[in-house]
Write a protein that binds this ligand. Structure first.
Ligand code: IMP
Length: 192
């Protein structure tokens, strides 16, 4: 493999995934390098389904190995919500801040705040399709802290750390995060 297309136009994800795969000696492209690619509707009921849908589409148009990521935040006190619906938790076309505020409101007064990020990474090539999973356990704080990262990072404190993902360096986030763990499995697969 000498080229890989990251099947996303999310600049934060591109940055994180590029940092993770930078040592592989592979030219890393993304959806942003192919203006002909259309937005993929993430309408599948599972992270696996959405990840595969995005990577299959990008592979079908570019002909190149394509790697996608679909991520969900599962909050135990909300019976696993928002899960696969994390991007549109506060509604269609909302900001990260809208979703963060919605989680804080839903959990107001709640003591049990355990949660986890779950990522499914899909690799689609001309030969086959593979899925890689990554989980990061933690808890939802009662207020936002930090200005790094994106999405729900300001309210998510990973297990074993005192800081939120938005306070930790990108190096540490990449080492312990859901996405970092899933991409690490992809790298192990490539090295086999
Ligand atoms: P998707 O994988 O782009 O569908 O992401 C689902 C939702 O989770 C979006 O609202 C993202 O902003 C959020 N999200 C995805 N990855 C992360 C992360 O690493 N930290 C915080 N929020 C994330």
């Amino acid at each position: 493999m000498n080229k890989l297309v990251l099947a996303t136009r999310n600049k934060n994800k591109i940055e994180e995934m590029k940092a993770l795969v930078s040592g592989l000696g592979i030219e890393i492209l993304s959806t942003l390098d192919f203006p002909e690619l259309e937005e993929v509707d993430e309408d599948q009921p599972t992270l696996e389904g959405n990840a595969l849908k995005k990577a299959r589409y990008v592979h079908s148009i570019t002909g190149l190995p394509s790697l996608s990521d679909d991520t969900g935040l599962e909050v135990d006190a909300l019976d696993g919500a928002p899960g696969v619906y994390s991007a549109r938790y506060a509604g269609e076309n909302v900001t990260y801040q809208d979703n963060v505020l919605k989680i804080l409101t839903e959990l107001e007064g709640e003591k049990e705040r355990s949660a986890r990020f779950r990522t499914v990474v899909a690799l689609v090539t001309s030969e086959d399709e593979n899925l890689f999973h990554g989980v990061c356990n933690g808890e939802i704080l009662t207020e936002q802290r930090g200005d790094k990262g994106f999405g729900y990072d300001p309210v998510f404190k990973p297990e074993g750390y005192d800081q939120t993902f938005a306070e930790l360096s990108s190096e540490i986030k990449n080492e312990i995060s859901h996405r970092g763990r899933a991409v690490q499995k992809f790298i192990e697969f490539l090295n086999k």
